[in-house]
Design a protein around this ligand. Sequence first.
Ligand SMILES: [Zn+2]
Ligand SMILES: [Zn+2]
Length: 334
Amino acid sequence: MKSVYFSGPRRPFEVRDEDMPEPGPCEVRISTRASGVCGTDIHYWTGILPLASPWVLGHEPVGVVDALGPGVTSLRIGDRVGVSWVQEGCGRCRWCQIRKPDYCADQYSWMTLGGGHREFMIARAAGCTLLPEALDWRIAAPLFCAGYTVMSGYRNASPKPGDRIGVIGIGGLGHLAIQIAKAYGHEVIGITSQEVKRKEILQIGADEALVVRNHVGKELADAGGVDVLLSTSNLMRYNSEAIAGIRREGKLISMAIGKDAIAIDPLHLLDHQISIVGSQQCGRNDLVEVLELAARGKVTPMIEVYRPDAINEVMARLADGKVRYRAVLDFGGA
Ligand SMILES: [Zn+2]
Ligand SMILES: [Zn+2]
């Protein structure tokens, strides 16, 4: 069976032939159908985030369970599943005791078990989430990181009906944020600095596109402001500026990694009672929610599909910001 290996920062990925893996206790083997390529993978490839190599990336895999390890009772052979970044906690720490394995310091993930860019992968049974019947493999894959992250961002904002929602960073995550906010009936404004994205923002479903000329916050305020600003932009100075466009008692939800700090004038912070909330994947209920939205056609990742051996082309496009909006490796199979 073939696996796509990360060979170290700035080095080409390699496709290798390997023996079929066997699942251990509490594990399953999955015949991979599709595996999403996430923007985070670029951080490993550029070396911003450390990762020992060689290693198999891929934290958005979906496929069919084809072997059960000892002790697995929750899954059956033939189940259609996807695997999220955090698969299971240690089961013993305080976070695990209160059923928040995402915070466990000793968790199972693609970083301990190997990722999904391979024809057959091993996952914890507890790391698998069943896919709704209606969902195409290639549409389902990006929901396991991008969709999940943004769904948690929306939930962490606790938006009220009628809240106006802004989305900054119209890419792999942002295009899903627009769709999720629309699915729940909000008025949505997509914010970009690129004129070329105006049409795309409206096609994705936003009510309005704001193309920023100079100061994102002032221009957003002039456009009426927002109650919730969902940011997937890694430009923290841009996010800081944007705070001026958040209404009183509004929230900035920050879902991206960036080099700079988020800065806010403390007087503005207290006077406007702004909340700044860091947000990542935050509970499997959010993942199930976005899968169900997708199955009902309310949220559909826009994807580019590639063969697994095109990984180096995919990474180059991703690094150049050319992917619209999510790249998926197609491993074939019904
Ligand atoms: Zn990801
Ligand atoms: Zn734990």
